[in-house]
Ligand binder design. Sequence first.
Ligand code: NCD
Length: 329
Amino acid sequence: MKKPMHILKADQFDRNFLAYLFELTDNIRRLDKSKEGQMYLQSLLNHKRAMLYFTQPSTRTFMSFQSACHILGIKSLEIRDSSTSSERKGESVEDSLQTFSSYVDLIIMRSPIAGLCDKMAQLLNSTHRPVPIINAGSGPDQHPTQALLDMYTLNRSFRKSGGFKGKTIALVGDLKRGRTVRSLSQLLMQYEGVKLLFVSPEEFKIGADLRTQLAEAPGLSFEETSNFKAAIGAADAIYMTRVQDEYDLSGESKKIDTKEFHLRLEHLPLLKKDCVIMHPFPRRDEIDPRVDQDPRAKYWRQERNGMWTRVALITNILGVDNRIIMPEL
Ligand code: NCD
């Protein structure tokens, strides 16, 4: 059996693929505008089933993947807690995932363990029924589909102002353990003339491995800073993130004061006129909810874009994307 295409890490995508996926996503959104288009989308994969295996908390990613499946007619099964599966009886996660592959055509998984998806993909490739795996978040390591929806949102926002070239993007918060920042940075690295500002307290600076990758990326420049106000004033996009304290060893995050890195109403006059404010969510105090009223706040739209980007990705993985380009419907 042919090896399926797994979605494991952001850096597996190149610019051509991203451009293709953005267009595919736009076409899917267009189709969804009419009942006929919606019925057509639902007919594309209504013979398929997907497993949503989410053993780490999730609201948006889970719901957007589930909705993406429904939009395409895919029936979804779910496990959200390994204590309700046979892992409780001592079954290994490897055996559990191989079991799912007996029943479904696609596995979408989120786990607190970095690297588990890669391991599973390898394992499934060696079985007689290898189904594709989509990484929906693997510990502090990777969140490739979040990076796709973030890029889609940025691409739409930058369309009128000449694209990514020359843009400054500030990434703020817990950059050390935030998988969204890590995956997004890996995609942004492919766009020449982009400048990244990593804005955090000392304790939450990006990891050494990402720093090395950034330094090797041609055409990209980056800076690490703790000057929040200067960074947001210079940015064409601001990507806010929360403290990832679920990875604390002993509550150490509590000792770090992040207040200086929160976006409040008083900061809005400092921002560029067309600045794009983003957040992968969930948010805590990083963005005052009153900022939501500002037209530059794009995070709710970003959240919905996640569903459309995931629909596009699934059509691609399951080989029906060639049936999407029909905007006259
Ligand atoms: C992010 C995640 O799970 O990494 N959330 C999401 O998927 N939208 C960000 C976070 O939890 O802080």
